[in-house]
Design a protein around this ligand. Structure first.
Ligand code: GH3
Ligand code: MG
Ligand code: MG
Length: 495
């Protein structure tokens, strides 16, 4: 009677309860079987009683099944998940748990088996959702190519892969700001999507394409034996963009791109130098008029310096105008520009930052144009109220520079060149690395240049004096790293 009750209870729960004896030599004798055994095996009760459980275990899981039973003889515990294939061929995941009781020399296993298929399926779904999210996290949602996060890993893997040379193409859309301005951001996005598509369609499937900036793409080309091969591929990409206008809905527009190319080659450039080389080549391509490809190996320093860019000429013209109004020579601005570029380059700054230092050096004080004569040209010391007006020149300069599309990039350098490293400068009280590097460079170079120039009311200080003062200002007014780079650069100039 009691046994029947127990049986009913066992019938009501979905676990298969069993008792077995672990015999010597890995033998097994089933002593009691709960009613669910038949359900798990999809057999009728009699057939289930006759069946050998182990034979219904998935072939791939049998080894595990045997191993955990062997272990249970020693540890007294059993807990395993494996697949069971029932008589109808249905596979389910089960969790088999038990405990061994040692009864007068016999090893009796009391166990239960639970269907955990649903849990396994949920886990598998979660796992694949995770993998998908991971994949998506590595893709640029707009263009569907890889995003910049993937780049270091991708490049390092390919560089480590060995003997074949890795080619890098760095691509920047020409005058993209104007496209956005003229046709709107949505059209700009459509251009990005189409350009990504054209790049992808031009290079091999095995080459990697990534969007690494707003309108900059990078292509990794394996097996680029030499420059001419790399040039051929790069030119094909350039033409794929330039050859046909891009459809932006209501109209079609002509878009071009500039490309910088570099190859890891025999010198085995590592990731950063390789990217730096491509970046310099890209910068040269822009300066030479855009819609072209420049190989880093073709760059000649001298040639790059020979012609000044349009931007520099424009900045120089503004500097001359501002200085003429103050009745001073533009030599100060020229010196700041020259030194700032050298200091930034010594600090390992990107060509873009070096260029912003060069141009920012020329125009950093252009905001003084908008300060009244009575203050700028005042012979004596300024009052507190006058200082307040004078201190507006960085923000005024920023506004002026922003109105000139070619100079817009140096707006930050101009606005922040009177910030102090310790956060007590103006106009925004930025501190440390929050101040753009080009502004930190300009602040130091400007200070040195002001100290060593003859002012209307004071004689120039000596180089050594100025250097001492720069060192004192390091960490409070000025960025210490920038100060050291400036002093080192001045030593070279002085030597
Ligand atoms: P350059 O020939 O010198 O490269 O000129 P440019 O106008 O392309 O100059 P720059 O590279 O500085 O301009 C980048 C612009 O790209 C700035 C921003 O308006 C635009 N941009 C960046 N990301 C996106 C984006 O996701 N969508 C759109 N529509 N525009 C973007
Ligand atoms: Mg760009
Ligand atoms: Mg661009």
């Amino acid at each position: 009677m009691r046994l029947q009750m127990v049986h009913r209870v066992l019938d009501a729960i979905e676990e298969y309860i069993y008792v077995g004896e672990l015999l010597p030599d890995d033998g097994y004798l089933l002593l009691y079987q709960g009613p669910c055994r038949a359900t798990f095996l999809a057999l009728d009760t009699d057939a289930a009683a006759e069946a050998t459980w182990a034979e219904y275990v998935h072939p791939d899981d049998r080894e595990l099944f045997d191993a955990v039973h062997r272990a249970a003889r020693e540890t007294g515990h059993l807990d395993a998940q494996y697949r069971l294939i029932d008589a109808n061929g249905v596979t389910r995941w089960v969790r088999d748990r038990g405990r061994v009781h040692f009864e007068s020399g016999r090893k009796i296993l009391h166990g239960s088996v639970l269907d955990v298929t649903a849990v396994h399926e949920a886990n598998a779904a979660l796992e694949s959702a995770r993998a998908e999210a991971d994949r998506l996290g590595r893709l640029d949602p707009l263009t569907g190519v890889a995003n910049r996060r993937v780049l270091p890993e991708l490049m390092d893997r390919r560089l480590a892969a060995g003997d074949e040379a890795l080619g890098v193409l760095l691509l920047d859309i020409d005058r993209f700001k104007q496209i956005n301005d003229a046709y709107g951001h949505t059209a700009g996005d459509a251009v990005l999507v189409e350009i990504a598509r054209r790049i992808r369609a031009t290079v091999r499937r095995s080459d990697a394409v990534a969007r690494i900036g707003g309108e900059e793409f990078l292509v990794l080309l394996h097996g680029m034996s030499d420059g001419p091969v790399l040039r051929r591929v790069g030119e094909a990409v350039r033409l794929a963009v330039a050859a046909a206008p891009i459809d932006i809905g209501p109209s079609e527009i002509d878009v071009t791109v500039s490309l910088g190319a570099a190859i890891s080659g025999a010198t085995r450039l590592a990731r950063e130098p390789l990217l730096g080389a491509a970046d310099q080549a890209l910068y040269a391509a822009k300066r030479r008029g855009r819609d072209r490809l420049v190989l880093f190996s073709e760059l000649e320093g001298a040639e790059e310096r020979k012609h000044e860019s349009h931007e520099v000429e424009l900045a120089r013209a503004m500097a001359v105008a501002a200085c003429a109004r103050e009745g001073v020579s533009s030599a100060h601005a020229e010196e700041v520009s020259r030194h700032a570029a050298v200091v930034a380059a010594r600090l390992g700054a990107s060509p873009a930052v070096v260029a912003r230092c060069r141009i920012g050096g020329l125009v950093h004080d252009v905001g003084k144009i908008a300060i009244p004569d009575s203050i700028v040209l005042k012979p004596g010391a300024l009052s507190a109220r006058e200082w307040e007006v004078m201190r507006r020149h960085p923000a005024l300069g920023e506004e002026i520079v922003r109105r000139v599309p070619e100079l817009r990039e140096v707006a930050g350098a101009v606005r922040h060149h009177h910030e102090r490293y310790d956060g007590t400068g103006y106009p925004d009280r930025l501190a440390g690395e929050d101040i753009p590097l080009e502004a930190r460079v300009l602040a130091a170079v400007d200070a040195y240049s002001a100290m060593t120039a003859d002012g209307p009311y004071r004689a120039a200080r000596s180089h050594d004096d100025a250097v001492r003062e720069l060192r004192e200002a390091a960490g409070s007014q000025l960025d210490p790293a920038v100060v050291e780079s400036l002093i080192a650069a001045l030593d070279v100039v002085a030597a």
